[in-house]
Design a protein around this ligand. Structure first.
Ligand code: 5MM
Length: 341
């Protein structure tokens, strides 16, 4: 039976389920491991990811799919089982990061362009054979108004690349996750985040239409509308929810398969509280869930610290965060559940 892109997209945002973004490139996972004092080797990266993929309670009940990195999709667990098979056995869908990273945009200091289109058709065919049924491409839009960042050229170039990537994915039978991340690292306020995100999403959907991408077979992975970390201001969940939903109603077609947020540097609990507030104000035209990297993994990394003796503790931390985000995706999370844990 042939798989329909719309069905895969619907499975990714199934009620109360979301994605585990475990697609850190080797450079990024090294940074995460440095924090917990673990040397980053092929084996330590394998052990860490195997620990999460074998956390059956989380994987079966709360995680719809896992975004993998090229190394991981080809890797075997310590007992020789392909990691992809462990994910599938838990009923989750393997996915793959296919961009090759954000590079400086020539002529536009401070802006980046995400690369990876060359040879992508062939790589997608290979990843499909390896079991991937969805892919991810992340565009990075920083905000620094003092330098004119982001430029209109950066927004347009990244939207165009995302559209070309999405069209190639669909040709290969793979659901594209389109991730135009407006970074929360700057000193900007929440309204600036809203304006830049609006320009970014407006351009993105213009390009996706132009590229004849079937929106029902896509998932949007956006940032929330939130104050920049260096602004000194914290946005409360109600404000984040109100501005994020207003933005999406203005820019995101109801036809898309669903929305799975990135966490972008929010604390674990903040990412959960904001997702919960967004869903508590529904109904909305789309399902809204999580595709968190840091906000799902930070606690597990801290509990694990690279020691086999800590695997159960690492898994328990991961199960807890997945459970909390499962509740938030349903708008049923309460802060007291964190304290109880
Ligand atoms: C897991 O991190 C992903 C890969 O990052 P690099 O390419 O820099 O190694 C990243 O794309 C991630 O999927 C998204 O940013 C969402 O993760 P967060 O941590 O923001 O939820």
């Amino acid at each position: 039976m042939s798989e329909r892109l719309e069905d895969t997209a619907a499975a990714i945002v199934a009620d109360g389920k979301g994605l585990l973004a475990a697609d850190e490139s080797s450079g990024t996972i090294k940074k995460r491991f440095d924090v917990i004092g673990v040397e980053s080797t092929a084996d330590s990266r394998r052990d860490y990811r195997e620990m999460m993929f074998r956390a059956t309670e989380a994987m079966r009940k709360y995680i719809s799919g896992v975004i993998l990195y090229d190394e991981t999709i080809r890797q075997k667990a310590a007992d020789g089982t392909p990691l992809v098979d462990i994910i599938k056995a838990a009923g989750a869908i393997p996915g793959i990061k296919v961009d090759t990273g954000a590079k400086p945009l020539a002529g536009f200091p401070g802006d980046t362009i995400t690369e990876g289109l060359d040879g992508l058709r062939e790589r997608l065919a290979d990843y499909y054979k390896l079991g991937a049924r969805f892919a991810k491409w992340r565009a990075v839009i920083d905000i620094d108004l003092t330098r004119g960042v982001p430029s209109a050229t950066s927004i347009a170039s990244n939207a165009h690349a995302l559209a070309r990537y999405a069209a190639l994915c669909q040709e290969a039978g793979i659901v594209p996750i389109v991730e135009p991340e407006v970074l929360m690292d700057g000193a900007h306020d929440i309204d600036t985040c809203y304006e830049v995100s609006k320009a970014t999403l407006t351009k993105l959907y213009t390009e996706l239409y132009a590229a004849r991408v079937v929106l029902e077979g896509t998932i949007l992975k956006p940032n929330m509308v939130i104050s920049g970390k260096k602004s000194g201001k914290t946005s409360n969940p109600e404000e984040v929810a109100e501005k994020t939903i207003k933005l999406f109603r203005e820019t995101v077609p109801a036809a898309i398969g669903g929305i799975a947020f990135l966490s972008g540097g929010q604390s674990d609990e903040e990412a959960t509280a904001n997702l919960n507030a967004i869903n508590a104000t529904g109904p909305h035209p789309w399902k809204l869930t999580f595709s968190y990297g840091r906000a799902l993994q930070a606690a597990a990394q801290k509990a694990w610290r690279g020691k086999a003796a800590n695997v159960a503790a690492g898994q328990a931390a991961f199960v807890h965060r997945a459970h909390m985000n499962h509740l938030a995706a349903l708008g049923k999370w309460q802060p007291t559940l964190e304290q109880a844990a």
